[in-house]
Unconditional design. Structure first.
Length: 147
């Protein structure tokens, strides 16, 4: 089991966001842990500083759940995404404009996030969120036996 610390962000009468530190593009960022997000999403504006924009692949999937059903959506394959000691290689993430989230954070004097950790990672690694202890735990999948 891999355990990482969570920062529970109080949104002042508007709920809570659990944040976790992630490493992507060899840099440290914070991301929201979002059990309602089906996939992990990275902010287009944030990652454009670290990538060749030709590596973004336009997708025809409509992105819903962020207040719109017509947001332009991309995917990117990144060599490694780390959450504490959990290292995920050759990871494909959705890429969207998350500027409304980061603008809201900046107004509350909160550092912007690179994105959200969604159900793809949370499910694959049987994540457990412990709000009391402010911990996020991951179970590594069992390896298939060599036959």
């Amino acid at each position: 089991m891999i355990e990482v610390s969570l920062e529970i962000l109080n949104l002042h009468d508007d709920g809570f966001h659990p944040l976790v530190e992630v490493v992507a593009f060899n840099r440290l960022f914070k991301a929201v842990v979002d059990t309602g997000a089906s996939r992990t999403v990275l902010d287009k504006t944030t990652i454009e500083a670290y990538i060749d924009t030709d590596t973004l692949l336009l997708t025809d999937k409509l992105s819903t759940g962020l207040g719109t059903d017509s947001m332009e959506s991309y995917t990117i394959r990144i060599p490694e995404l780390s959450i504490g000691d959990l290292r995920i290689f050759d990871f494909e993430a959705a890429v969207l404009d998350l500027s409304t989230i980061n603008t809201a954070y900046e107004k509350m004097e909160i550092t912007p996030v690179i994105g959200v950790i969604g159900g793809d990672i949370l499910m694959k690694y049987s994540a457990i969120i412990n709000y009391r202890d402010q911990k996020l735990s991951f179970c590594l999948p069992a390896l298939d036996p060599v036959i």
